[in-house]
Design a protein around this ligand. Sequence first.
Ligand code: HEM
Length: 148
Amino acid sequence: MPFFKIKTLQKTVIAMFTLGATCLAPTLASADASYYHEFGNRAGIHAVITDFLGYVLADNRIKAYFTNANIPVLNASLTNQVCMLEGGPCKFDENMKAIHQNLGVTEAAFNALAEDLQKSMNQHNIPLTAQNDLLSKLAPMKHDIVTK
Ligand code: HEM
């Protein structure tokens, strides 16, 4: 009888793990992409980036950095980058350090740019959890981008 009980317990535990694994996989996958959806998918991200770049180009603190930048290319790259970071089906593999190494970006400029991004995300009513997720993924890039 005790043997039977142990066996039953083992089966129950195995069943729980199997069930857990099957249930968990789709949950994790959708949790990954949920921020992407909260941004309104790629079109929503593109709209946020377009207005963000508008703020950047009008921002006296940092607009000089972008005098020679190709804005449509920058827009497309940033849209792909944010799409990928938020779990969307986009590819992005550019090297942040190489791109920014000769630009002389200061910490103040980095913070100003982050403010402009927040302004655009707020304007587009992106939920705060999704905003914070993106900002937490961009923040560590400061080490590669700020050189001055
Ligand atoms: C986490 C923050 C940042 C991210 C994710 C980011 C991302 C990018 C990306 C993906 C590109 C490449 C565009 C392309 O494909 O040509 C780029 C270019 C550029 N970034 Fe950033 N950037 C950040 C911060 C900054 C800051 C703070 C500045 C200056 C205030 C800046 C100035 C530039 C400029 C001027 C270019 C254009 C370079 C060129 O066309 O040669 N970036 N950035």
